[in-house]
Write a protein of this length. Structure first.
Length: 160
């Protein structure tokens, strides 16, 4: 047997790939008419469906307005800018680039904190070591659907 992985031509060890994530989708039949309309009109990212979604989301969240954006990166950029983050922000060292890129675009310095090896989320015990007088926020990341301990993060933030 070769030392090369299957992706480089070796025989796969397992018969099927391990799915990392499978999205939950409605049946095609239940959305076929709407999909057809999207293709016929060419309005894939704007139009009545996004307006309906924003209205329903605002109602569900109990807020006056919601704005859908094209990506998490843009959503975080708007959120960070709206919060007027500056100086340094503590972030998990294990995260997607969208967590950090908007900070850098806003001239904010990300301060990386290691993760808890069991949750894969930011290690709350190490956050205090990273806090300085220039720290303005802690960004929680919920890895793999595993929620970060927001209560502990809020308590640390309140103290500082």
């Amino acid at each position: 047997m070769s030392d090369r992985p299957a992706i480089l031509g070796n025989k796969p060890i397992f018969p099927e790939r391990l799915p990392f994530m499978r999205p939950t989708l409605p049946s095609y039949e239940s959305i076929a008419d709407q999909v057809k309309e999207l293709f016929e009109t060419g309005m894939l990212t704007k139009g009545k469906y996004i307006r309906q979604f924003e209205e329903r989301l605002a109602e569900y969240l109990g807020v006056k307005h919601t704005v859908c954006v094209s990506s998490c990166t843009l959503g975080l950029a708007l959120t960070y800018q709206g919060m007027r983050l500056r100086n340094e922000v503590i972030v998990s060292s294990f995260t997607f680039m969208a967590t950090v890129h908007p900070l850098v675009w806003l001239n904010v310095t990300p301060v990386f904190v290691d993760i808890d090896p069991y949750t894969w989320n930011i290690d709350s015990a190490r956050i205090e070591e990273a806090i300085t007088p220039r720290t303005t926020a802690i960004v929680a990341v919920h890895n793999f659907g595993n929620p970060a301990d927001v209560e502990i993060l809020e308590e640390i933030a309140r103290r500082h």
